[in-house]
Design a protein around this ligand. Structure first.
Ligand code: G1P
Ligand code: ZN
Length: 540
């Protein structure tokens, strides 16, 4: 077999952020762009020759082409065993599980998560290490550094591999195995949850609609919900992974899963509506005319964790990302468990999970998980809800309302301001940071500023410091504003402002509750002054 080095030149924009390298398909389509990224990853790894590499993606446009390129490069770089999902598919949590099950050296996942796909859409590549977790910050930085200096990559002259069938192919000293992407993950879910109880729930007439958003979880959901758990055929909608996600934006939230939300609030609403994102690590839950916020959902998991046999005696503690509402902290306090606050991004949970400081973690951005895999996991979260509903016989609304009664209700709203002028976001954050010493004690709208600080994080396991993760503004009235720059924009920059306030009264008007805080946000941040009128604004 012919293995050879191809000379190449670095690109200036190849940086691995919190979720790997994410760019427009047109950027990835530039000569050697993908190859540079892949070789840079390999160049930063040691002693992988002869070992196992898993490769899969969420099925978006460019997935299949990229897979063939990476397989050829992995063979040339002397991996001994390459495992690829049939049709190039593997959800992010399924990869994480498979790494552990097959004791792989690592995995390459091709996804831009919840970002739109298609020719005009986004593409991405990320690397997960042998624990199943995403590459830690230092490794990501090493990839970026290598990308800046790369001058050659290794590839091999082998025919394209047929990914449409499960098979095993030997090429020189490398075994290429095309596997069923669903079965191992589905079996694992069955070990975690009480499938018998959930089956009974469905056979009693319980109805669910799961929207796979034309992305990777369709085949997983059809097998698990409809075949294994007996949910009515048709429970899974948008179940076929499409390269452009059928034009949908595969992000399960109130904006992009609007049809599902409308269904949940209609006369025909099933008992449970759920959705998952492009690569299957995010999820959304709705009961009849009831939206479960990700922070409330996380708190529900904490509350019921030890009722799931897999977790009995294994609730060590929990963690949430800083912008996630603090109801989890309240549950943990009651249960006498430690609760950590991490910067945004799943990778900050890795060490805490591995060292058993925590078992449960999540973010406000519709992601949650436990030590069962080292990624957030959308279908796992939905199965967790099904298991709780089967155990209690209660509705999602009832379950969350009980929680509010016990721990208080936290209202949240997140504003995103996207601009092509990335500098504007930096200027705003710099200006705010420089005002930190002068803000405490100041009256803003109906609030008094209490404490303002830059959020820096020291990993409790490794003592590694991560600085400048945003600005926290604690206000009176149990209110908080948190400001940070998004780490996953594929172009320009996005300012994110997270509002949160705990309600003292039991039934405030949800539509009006945060209006004072919104005014305070505008007064404090002067977003228009820094970002003008051109920024694209969205609120969730
Ligand atoms: C966003 C979310 C964050 C999540 C990440 C990857 O990052 O806010 O919680 O971990 O996507 O899915 P951001 O764009 O805010 O940096
Ligand atoms: Zn995702």
């Amino acid at each position: 077999m012919d293995i050879f080095a191809v000379p190449t030149k670095p690109y200036s924009d190849q940086t691995f952020g919190t979720s790997g390298l994410r760019k427009k398909v047109s950027v990835f389509g530039q000569e050697h762009y993908l190859e540079n990224a892949v070789q840079s990853i390999f160049d930063c790894l040691d002693n992988f020759e002869g070992k196992t590499l898993i490769i899969g993606g969420d099925g978006r446009y460019y997935n299949n082409h990229a897979l063939q390129v990476i397989i050829k490069m992995a063979v040339a770089n002397q991996f001994g065993h390459i495992i690829v999902g049939q049709d190039g598919l593997l959800s992010t949590p399924a990869v994480s599980h498979l790494i552990q099950k097959r004791q792989a050296f690592g995995a390459i996942i091709l996804t831009a998560s919840h970002n739109p796909g298609g020719k005009e859409g986004d593409f991405g590549i990320k690397y997960n290490i042998s624990t199943g977790a995403p590459a830690p910050a230092a490794l990501g930085e090493a990839f970026s550094k290598r990308c800046a200096n790369i001058d050659r990559y290794w590839t091999s002259k082998i025919p394209d591999i047929d990914l449409s069938k499960q098979s095993e192919i030997n090429i020189s000293s490398t075994l290429i195995e095309i596997i069923d992407p669903v079965i191992d993950y589905a079996e694992y879910c069955q070990e975690i949850f009480d499938f018998e109880a959930i089956k009974k729930l469905f056979s009693s007439g319980f109805k669910m609609t799961f929207d796979a958003m034309n992305a990777v979880t369709g085949p997983y959901a059809k097998y698990i919900f409809e075949e294994k758990l007996g949910a009515t055929p048709g429970t899974v909608v948008h179940g076929k992974p499409l390269p452009d996600f059928g034009g949908l934006h595969p992000e399960p939230n109130l904006t992009y899963a609007k049809d599902l939300v409308d269904l949940a609030y209609s006369e025909q609403a099933p008992d449970l509506c759920a959705a998952s994102d492009g690569d299957g690590d995010r999820y959304m839950i709705l009961g009849k005319s009831f939206f479960v916020t990700p922070a409330d959902s996380l708190a529900v998991f904490a509350e019921y964790m030890e009722k799931i046999p897999f977790y009995k005696g294994k609730f060590y503690g929990a963690a949430r990302s800083m912008p996630t509402a603090a109801i989890l902290d309240a549950v943990c306090q009651k249960l006498k468990k430690e609760c950590y606050q991490t910067p945004t991004g799943w990778k900050f949970f890795g060490n805490l999970l591995e060292s058993q400081k925590i078992s449960l973690c999540g973010e406000e951005s519709f992601g949650a998980g436990t030590f069962h895999v080292m990624e957030k996991d959308g279908l796992w979260a939905i199965l967790f809800w099904l298991n709780i509903l089967a155990l209690t016989g209660e509705s999602p609304k009832k379950i969350v309302q009980k929680l509010w009664k016990k721990y208080g209700r936290f209202y949240t709203k997140t504003y995103s301001y996207h601009t092509d002028a990335a500098k504007d976001v930096d200027h705003l954050i710099d200006a705010l940071s420089s005002k930190i010493p002068t803000l405490p004690g100041k009256k803003i709208n109906n609030f008094v500023v209490q404490k303002v600080y830059l959020f820096d994080y020291t990993d409790p396991v490794t003592n590694e410091k991560t600085t400048n993760q945003g600005v926290v503004i604690d206000l009176s009235e149990d209110a908080r504003i948190f400001v940070r720059k998004s780490g996953t924009s594929s172009s320009g920059a996005t300012l994110k402002v997270y509002l949160s306030q705990k309600s003292k009264t039991s039934t405030p008007d949800p539509a009006l509750f945060l209006t004072d805080l919104e005014t305070a946000m505008q007064d404090l941040l002067q977003i228009q002054k820094y970002m003008g009128n051109k920024a694209e604004v969205s609120a969730t």
